[in-house]
Design a protein around this ligand. Structure first.
Ligand SMILES: Cc1cc2nc3c(=O)[nH]c(=O)nc-3n(C[C@H](O)[C@H](O)[C@H](O)COP(=O)(O)OP(=O)(O)OC[C@H]3O[C@@H](n4cnc5c(N)ncnc54)[C@H](O)[C@@H]3O)c2cc1C
Length: 385
């Protein structure tokens, strides 16, 4: 019989907090351990497509995220001067779920913390798991503060550099650097920016995403070596990398990118753990199992779906063994995570393969292919998780 009464969630990021809420809302005693000393979140904004919003609705926070975010139903692709190449109306959502809602990362974090706590989950900051002993029917966890506790299940949402993935599966599935990185900075939103706009250049892509009535963020995807840059160089480096862009990207570069701007630099790494993502009573979820490039804005969506689907399967009244519930989880999760992984990687590869020799042909191909490709991705992802 499936009698999961106590769960440990390792990692208090987007997926871990949502899992904390989803398990606790179903009556499971849930501890979340987060290695960072507080809930401070790095990053600027995040887009939540409709499937992400469905998972957030499941844990009761759809209204809250929509109240602080910016909803829209279209992606536009432009050249580097801002001339329109393709419009891709989003065909996701419906039944009260917007096609997209973008918001500040710290707002999403705050809302998820509130949901997890309100449901009764306990969040421990500055704490991690240091050892575990899986007895088959339960797992003993040892923590960094020397405490021990027994759980029916351990769920690792400890991010792309997951120590839990390494513990379970060794070094075979370490993240792979794509050769590209994303630069992001906040800027005021002009009234006429009402959806995602992307700007394709040669070997680089910029974009803007509205986040609220007042704010949007600029992104720039560029080829970069796998080295660490000093953060005090970020503003100048981003300025240089935006040199080829005109239109609104040029305006942001010239008028809003200031010496004291906070630029977030994220090298793009990918990892895909083959199924199954669990061993015994320990399961790996979110970026720890399937970190993708952000080109479909689906990474957090996949983590949120993992959280909700795992909670559903673990508590489904099937009288099943935990192992069967985890296999059912895998059957629902692997195809979607793999689809997002592959499609996001292909978009990144196609965009970064645009050179001065092929850009004219690439623009024609984008105009023909993108609306169809985005509609196909939407149709797949709009199906129930
Ligand atoms: C540039 C960029 C843009 C993106 N834009 C979007 C977007 O628009 N939409 C979208 O859906 N997704 C987006 N993503 C992806 C999204 O951010 C991730 O997929 C998502 O954060 C994954 O959630 P997670 O909970 O699995 O991991 P994380 O959010 O990374 O959380 C992991 C948590 O675990 C903690 N942790 C790590 N190790 C331990 C340990 N040993 N013990 C305890 N805690 C630990 C970390 O401190 C962290 O809090 C983007 C990603 C990038 C890089």
């Amino acid at each position: 019989m499936n009698r999961v009464k106590k769960i440990l969630v390792v990692g208090g990021g987007i997926g871990g907090l949502a899992a904390g809420a989803a398990f606790a809302q179903r009556g499971i005693e849930t501890d979340v351990v987060e290695i960072q000393p507080d809930s401070g979140v790095l990053g600027i904004g995040i887009n939540q497509p409709a499937n992400s919003l469905r998972a957030l609705k499941n844990i009761g926070v759809l209204e809250q995220v929509c109240d602080v975010g910016f909803q829209y139903d279209e992606w536009k692709y432009n050249d580097e001067e801002g001339n329109l190449i393709a419009r891709c109306p989003s065909s996701m959502g419906g039944d009260g779920i917007p096609a997209n809602n973008a918001l500040a990362r710290k707002d999403l974090h705050g809302i998820l913390i509130g949901a997890a706590k309100q449901a009764g989950a306990t969040i421990h900051y500055g704490k991690t798991i240091t050892d575990l002993l899986d007895h088959g029917e339960s797992v003993d966890a040892t923590f960094s503060d020397g405490q021990h506790k027994n759980y029916d299940l351990i769920v690792a949402f400890d991010g792309i550099s997951s120590a839990m993935r390494k513990r379970l599966f060794g070094d075979a599935y370490e993240p792979i650097y794509t050769g590209f990185a994303v630069w992001r900075v906040l800027a005021p939103r002009p009234d006429d920016v009402k959806c995602i706009n992307l700007f394709q250049s040669t070997g680089a892509k910029a974009g803007i995403i509205p986040l609220s009535k007042d704010w949007m963020y600029l992104l720039n995807v560029t080829p970069e070596p796998d080295v660490r840059y000093e953060p005090n160089r970020f503003v100048n480096m981003l300025h240089e990398r935006l040199a080829g862009f005109g239109g609104i990207i040029g305006e942001i570069r010239d008028h809003h990118l200031k010496a004291d701007s906070t630029v977030v630099y994220s090298p793009l790494r990918e990892c895909m753990l083959p199924a199954p993502w669990f061993k015994g009573r320990v399961v790996i979820c979110g970026d720890a199992a399937h970190a993708c490039s952000p080109h479909l804005t689906q990474g957090a969506a996949m983590a949120l779906e993992d959280a909700v689907v795992l909670a559903e399967e673990i508590t489904a009244d099937h009288g099943r063994a935990v192992n069967d519930a985890l296999n059912a989880f895998m059957r629902r999760r692997y195809p979607r995570a793999k689809f997002v992984q592959d499609a996001s990687h292909q978009i990144l590869a196609d965009e970064m393969a645009v050179t001065s020799d092929n850009i004219a042909a690439a623009r024609i191909k984008m105009a023909i292919d993108l609306p169809r490709q985005m509609a196909a991705a939407d149709a797949f992802l709009n199906q129930p998780a």
